[in-house]
Design a protein around this ligand. Sequence first.
Ligand SMILES: *Cc1c(COP(=O)(O)O)cnc(C)c1O
Length: 236
Amino acid sequence: MNRWASQTRDNLARVRERIEAACLRSGRSPHEVNLLAVTKYLDLDKMRQLLELGVEHVGENRVQSAVPKWQQLGQRGTWHFIGHLQTNKVRDVIGRFQYIHSLDRLSLAHELDKRAAKMDVPVSCFVQVNVSGETSKNGISPAEVMGFVEKIGNMKYIRVVGLMTMAPMVNNPEEARPIFRRLREIRDQVQEMRIDNVPAEHLSMGMSGDFEVAVEEGATFVRLGRILYEPMARGG
Ligand SMILES: *Cc1c(COP(=O)(O)O)cnc(C)c1O
């Protein structure tokens, strides 16, 4: 194993320990939390090495750079699309990515439903919610989520498996806690609507700087990039 692979293996182990500790603190089972390795930083070779380390969930945020990787490595792992998705790129993600984390507008939902129906492959989506209200961020506003998923209830090839959010960049991860907590509350309300294709069991939240707080607040997918690849990640 080369140096990059052994360093990444060590980082993965440390991060998994930190996730487990956060689960312990909050009375959760570590089995509920999936580590989604964000691979947008990696070239094909490193991504192959990462998959060989046994990582199951991988996430990419740009269609153009993801597709060539998928063509080489798509047989392995579970692929998540986590970036802003242009409607004209939908055809490139259906059938490749099992999960879309960035469903943020009705026109995109219609296109996903249409393409997925054509290929007869249902697509699992997270509705992206702009909890913080920052204008720089994509996502549906919290007040609009209920109406949005109600409309998706009629789109049989879309399955809303959960909600996703991006917390603001903060120095102290505690500042992100209310954002994560709010997303969980919205998720609970969506679940109460009991829409067949909207089980909304998952919460995609938490990145390198704030994943422990996200786990404490109920994250079931943490999207981790930098912390997995930097030399000597240190536990908190
Ligand atoms: C890049 C990215 C991440 C990972 O961010 P890190 O800070 O590197 O952990 C998570 N989610 C999305 C949507 C991203 O684009």
